[in-house]
Design a protein around this ligand. Structure first.
Ligand SMILES: Nc1ncnc2c1ncn2[C@@H]1O[C@H](COP(=O)(O)OP(=O)(O)OP(=O)(O)O)[C@@H](O)[C@H]1O
Length: 321
């Protein structure tokens, strides 16, 4: 018997190291423990419940919008959150909130998934679109500006669209499916860009408490590899090379040391900003009233550029005209 065969035989008969009763079915990516499927689901949900309770993410009676893209993270989030809400009586009024960016062949497909989730999980669904909010679809924006920089438009517009949709539905909070890998990537990116203000914010589990609607990330410590795999596709317009580089780097680190993801998040959390560092001051956009540290918010600057046929106007660190 060769070494590989011997290893397979040994692990085939191994018992789950948590319940010690069932046969182990998988090696848990976060801890490398050999566990059975039942224990995996239980610890996966239990850890999210602990994060919710330890961080006081919600109060009973709150109306919570789940940012639902139809991708794997937010789909699993919608499922787990509605399960925990029933199991532990959080007393939350949950609903799905989707932004239709107007990307033919991508978002229209994933919105079908969200519509299925509406029925499967019994959660009401609200869809807001870029077209109704801004007068442009992403398809039209790409036609006007090309593929370069389109992620900037999409990211800025989506952020605001989620806030506007949540406000429209009178939500108290918005939750998103950002997971531990996403957060570790963002810590690295902010370090690489020297963006101290964002570095300080990106590890917070709840942000925007001073803004219109606080946002929470219940999957802050949940590994991407542990999120049940749902069929999903990458956005057809977005190679987003810089983030892709951080993602690959984190995946390589994870292979050598699974804890690396949590360690990067902890480093970001423990980062201390010197008192002499000048931080942007939060104000209000003079045009639309959305939170902004500039005269105009980024969405208004971008939109102004698009409407004037000068789409590059808001790219980079450009300010309001
Ligand atoms: N079009 C959208 N409508 C509503 N929420 C969205 C939308 N796009 C993104 N989100 C929210 O932001 C989170 C992070 O978005 P991101 O684009 O990084 O997707 P992701 O990491 O692939 O997650 P997912 O698998 O849920 O799409 C999502 O989990 C979701 O909660």
């Amino acid at each position: 018997m060769d070494a590989g065969e011997e290893k397979r035989k040994r692990s085939a008969g191994r018992l789950c190291c948590l319940c010690k009763g069932n046969k182990a079915a998988l090696k848990r990516p976060k801890t490398l423990e050999q566990i059975c499927k039942e224990c995996f689901y239980a610890v996966f949900e239990e850890e999210i419940h602990t994060v919710i309770v330890d961080n006081n993410l919600f109060k009973a009676g709150e109306r919570v919008a789940i940012g639902a893209s139809g991708g794997k993270d937010s789909t699993v989030l919608a499922y787990v959150l509605s399960k925990l809400n029933g199991q532990y009586n959080y007393g939350l009024d949950l609903f799905l909130l989707s932004v239709d960016e107007g990307i033919t062949g991508y978002r229209d497909d994933s919105l079908e998934t969200v519509k299925r989730n509406e029925v499967q999980y019994g959660l009401p669904l609200k869809i807001v679109s870029y077209k109704e909010l801004y007068g442009w679809t992403m398809d039209e924006i790409v036609k006007s500006i090309g593929l370069k920089n389109n992620c900037t438009f999409c990211g800025v517009f989506r952020r605001q669209a989620l806030d506007r949709g949540a406000a429209l539905m009178r939500a108290d909070k918005l939750v998103t499916g950002h997971n531990a890998d996403d957060i570790a990537e963002t810590v690295l990116l902010n370090l690489l860009r020297g963006d101290i203000a964002r570095l300080g914010r990106c590890t917070q589990i709840t942000t925007g408490e001073d803004g219109p609607i606080p946002r929470c990330k219940p999957f802050k410590y949940t590994y991407e590899k542990e999120i049940v795999i749902y069929p999903y596709d990458l956005c057809i317009y977005s190679p987003n090379a810089y983030r892709g580089f951080a993602r690959e780097f984190i995946k390589d680190l994870e292979k050598i040391r699974p804890r690396a993801i949590l360690d990067i998040i902890r480093s970001g959390e423990n980062f201390r900003i010197s008192n002499s560092t000048k931080m942007p001051e939060q104000g209000m956009c003079e045009r639309c009233g959305y939170i902004s540290s500039q005269k105009w918010c980024k969405a208004c600057v971008l939109l102004d550029g698009l409407n004037r046929g000068l789409p590059k106007l808001g790219i980079g660190r450009a300010r309001a005209p």
